[in-house]
Design a protein around this ligand. Structure first.
Ligand code: SF4
Ligand code: SF4
Length: 123
C-alpha cells in the first residue's frame, strides 16, 4: 500500500483563498474549525489564516509542499477543504487539484495514480 498522494503534496493549501461561513468557526453554533486559525473576510465569511496572503499558505498546513505535508487540523478543517477532491481519487477530474499542483511545479494526478491502493486515512 502506498502513501496517499495528498501527504506528499499540500499544494491546494498553499494556492487558494479558503473562505467559508463564519459559523463553521463558531463553537457556540457547533462550528468545529478553531476560530483563532481564521480571520474575517466580510460580514458573512472568514478565511483560514494565511490563505489571503501572497504567497498563499494556510497556517494550519504542516510540512513541506511536494514532499511531506498534511493538515494540522484535519478533523476540524472547514467545508471548502472537505469539498476539494484529489484528482481521480473518486474517478473524477479535479481542476482545482490540477491547478494547485501545477502552480507548485508538481504533475497533475492521473487515474493511474490510484491503481496502487493508497492509505485511506489522512488524519
Ligand atoms: S487535493 Fe490535490 S493539490 Fe490538494 S493535497 Fe491532494 S493532491 Fe495536492
Ligand atoms: S485547513 Fe487544513 S486542509 Fe484546509 S487549507 Fe488549511 S491546511 Fe489545508
Amino acid at each position: 500500500m502506498s502513501r496517499h498522494p495528498c501527504l506528499s503534496c499540500g499544494a491546494c493549501c498553499a494556492t487558494f483563498r479558503v473562505a467559508f461561513h463564519w459559523s463553521e468557526a463558531a463553537p457556540e453554533l457547533a462550528g468545529v474549525t478553531p476560530p483563532a486559525l481564521t480571520e474575517p473576510l466580510d460580514p458573512h465569511r472568514v478565511v483560514m489564516r494565511g490563505t489571503m496572503n501572497k504567497p498563499t499558505r494556510c497556517t494550519s498546513l504542516v510540512g513541506d509542499i511536494g514532499q511531506a505535508a498534511h493538515c494540522g487540523i484535519y478533523a476540524q478543517r472547514p467545508s471548502p477543504c472537505h469539498a476539494l477532491q484529489a484528482a481521480w481519487e473518486n474517478g473524477e477530474a479535479s481542476p482545482q487539484c490540477d491547478r494547485a499542483r501545477i502552480a507548485h511545479g508538481l504533475s497533475p494526478l492521473t487515474p493511474q495514480t490510484w491503481q496502487t491502493p493508497v492509505t485511506p486515512d489522512l488524519a
